[in-house]
Design a protein around this ligand. Structure first.
Ligand code: NAG
Ligand code: NAG
Ligand code: NAG
Ligand code: NAG
Ligand code: NAG
Ligand code: NAG
Ligand code: NAG
Ligand code: NAG
Length: 390
């Protein structure tokens, strides 16, 4: 029985059936666990985890399962656009989305010809793009290119266009990082130093912020604003930048902040009415390549150079903390619980607080753990499931 079918089944039945199915699950679990090689299925594991969570948790409605004697205060949101920014921890959030959607048979916006990562990047997206570029929705008998549930790729944000092919009521989220550290990371990763002359990485980065080399790449100056839709010609236009930020404030339902990652994913779970289990993550692409040291001159220069991103980040860092304040004390309980769950899951799957660097997905470990284990592996599963000729 798949998880989504189970939830539906559960929602529609009464408590006696619920108890009976718990007993059946328990028996299956008991039987399975006596066979060492045969672990309980991920569906059963996650079902049990969820119920443990609910028993110790608030009165929120989780995944349609609710305490009938208390009113639900939110309902699960399964239609989500995550605008993936660069060098911000976006891949980590992306694998949360892919894991969530894969288990529940949701349809993703994915570039058809790009089975390695499905990104659209800086290509223009129009209302015709789905037919031209995307994989169709998961098989419903006909080929359909409207009514996607999720998007988690690199693509330039355009709310109106996305609204034309996403389901109604879609939530929009993104993640931002302190623009100084974001640029430093991009500088190394995208080799923005090419064309700069200097002895040290620090010299090169300083030079980069003073010359016009950034025009050669989409991944340099104000790259977070650029992905979120600010046009290059407005990079120095204070009024336009403010308008842009105000507009985003309306269009985006939640902006995560890289520096407060755990707080961010707990807020995400609350915003979407997901389980804490759903937002457990494995850190992706934490590269330890040599990065330039930042002295105060370099810091100042990057802040001036990345001015639009600095305004953007400061604005959403502020709204982020206001949002957390509004959550009330239950937020901190969730955060604590989440951190325990995060650690527990990592230990259960990888015998360590994080995934080992040389971990290979798909080998000698349960499907359940593999889904926590890596974006590429997950993405390939999502792609393969949704890929069909249309
Ligand atoms: C949910 O629980 C919290 C704390 O336990 C309480 O403050 C709040 O009023 C409850 N909400 C509903 C809708 O019952
Ligand atoms: C459901 O809510 C009632 C009233 O708050 C509470 O007494 C009971 O323990 C809750 N049941 C579960 C399973 O959480
Ligand atoms: C996912 O998208 C399909 C197709 O538009 C839609 O029928 C379905 O209701 C969506 N799922 C959820 C959980 O919203
Ligand atoms: C990333 O890796 C570095 C060293 O390789 C480590 O110090 C740092 O804590 C890691 N960051 C995260 C978020 O795991
Ligand atoms: C984000 O905002 C908080 C609260 O205002 C502040 O304490 C913190 O320094 C800010 N973080 C960054 C990285 O600017
Ligand atoms: C994480 O879990 C492991 C294994 O259960 C435990 O030894 C360790 O103390 C936990 N760490 C934290 C920070 O909770
Ligand atoms: C888990 O890690 C510890 C210490 O790194 C090691 O001693 C132990 O054998 C490992 N357990 C398993 C099951 O791999
Ligand atoms: C996986 O299991 C097979 C057979 O049980 C074993 O030969 C192989 O070495 C294992 N691979 C890893 C990566 O542990």
């Amino acid at each position: 029985m798949t998880l989504s079918r189970f939830s539906k089944y559960y929602k529609e039945t009464n408590y006696r059936v619920y108890l009976l199915s718990m007993v059946i699950c328990f028996l299956i679990l008991l039987r399975r666990s006596t066979v060492v090689q045969n672990q309980p299925t991920p569906e059963i594991k996650s079902f049990i985890t969820r119920h443990n969570l609910i028993a110790s948790q608030s009165n929120r409605s989780y995944n349609g399962v609710q305490n009938k004697s208390q009113p639900a205060i939110c309902s699960r949101q399964d239609n989500v656009v995550f605008i993936k920014t660069h060098k911000t921890g976006g891949s980590t959030v992306q694998s949360i989305m892919y894991r969530y959607g894969y288990i529940r048979d949701l349809s993703f916006v994915i570039r058809r010809t790009n089975e390695n990562n499905g990104h659209i990047r800086f290509m223009e997206v129009t209302k015709d793009s789905p037919k031209k570029m995307f994989l169709p929705l998961l098989d419903t008998g006909t080929c359909s290119f409207r009514g996607y549930n999720m998007s988690a790729i690199h693509v330039v944000h355009d709310w109106e266009i996305f609204e034309s092919f996403m389901n109604p009521g879609t939530k929009y989220i993104t993640i931002l990082r302190d623009p100084v550290f974001q640029l430093r990371s991009a500088f190394m990763f995208f080799r923005l130093y090419i064309g700069t002359i200097g002895k040290t990485a620090e010299d090169k980065l300083l030079q980069y912020t003073k010359r016009n080399l950034w025009k050669l790449s989409n991944y340099g100056k104000n790259s977070q604003s650029k992905v979120l839709g600010l046009k290059t010609e407005y990079f120095e236009d204070e009024a336009k930048i403010k308008l842009f930020i105000n507009q985003l404030d309306i269009e985006l339902d939640l902006v995560l902040i890289h520096e407060y990652f755990d707080e961010s994913v707990v807020l995400l779970a609350r915003e979407l009415c997901w389980n804490l289990e759903d937002v457990v993550y494995t850190i992706e692409n934490n590269r330890s390549n040599h990065k330039p040291n930042l002295d105060s001159e370099l810091l100042d220069n990057i802040r001036k150079f990345n001015h639009a991103d600095v305004l953007l980040y400061d604005h959403f860092n502020q709204t982020f903390w206001k949002r957390i304040e509004q959550q009330g004390p239950m937020f901190w309980r969730d955060l604590e619980e989440f951190r325990m769950l995060q650690n527990k899951t990592m230990y259960k799957c990888f015998n360590s607080s994080t995934i080992p660097e040389d971990y290979v997905s798909g080998h000698n470990i349960s499907d359940y753990c593999d889904r926590y284990a890596g974006g590429n592996f997950l993405f390939k599963n999502v792609f393969t499931k949704q890929n069909r000729p249309c």
